[in-house]
Design a protein around this ligand. Sequence first.
Ligand code: CA2
Length: 163
Amino acid sequence: MDSRGQERLPNSPRDKMKVLVINGPNLNRLGLREPEIYGSFTLADLERVLKKEGEVLGIELDFFQSNSEGAIVDTIQQARGRYDGIIINPGAYTHYSIAIRDAIAGEGIPTVEVHISNIYKREEFRHHSVIAPVAIGQISGFGIYGYIMALYGLNNYLRSTYG
Ligand code: CA2
């Protein structure tokens, strides 16, 4: 809903485009542990960098991190009508959360999946994503820069699809 209580339309000229960035379990530890895999940027650093990039593109960004599957599902459900797109790193839920996959598919909000590490170069159990088939695309292996790539990809997708 927008400020006048109207259903929000994707990329509506009425107000600024809004994107929600969701980070799943353990990503609150970014920069604090395993820097050789996930780098030395903290989650707060990532949010600051993305916010700035959003300003360049004219996109307002909100951020959510949770270690709980249910909280992530609730957040995706509540995003309908409020956000034009979602960028999600579902963490380990990537590999088995049918609940998060169903929420993304059910709400129909264009969603980009991001992984900091290259999941295909790691253990075999990380090679499969149950989220990928309901995402518009997946970015994996570019460190936190992958979130910026996702923002640009989503921006282009939304403006060319609805603009
Ligand atoms: O590469 C990614 O972004 C992952 O989504 C990260 C998940 C992992 O389970 C996926 O297979 C790939 C794990 C997130 C753990 O994040 C930490 C960050 C810093 C320190 C410790 C954990």
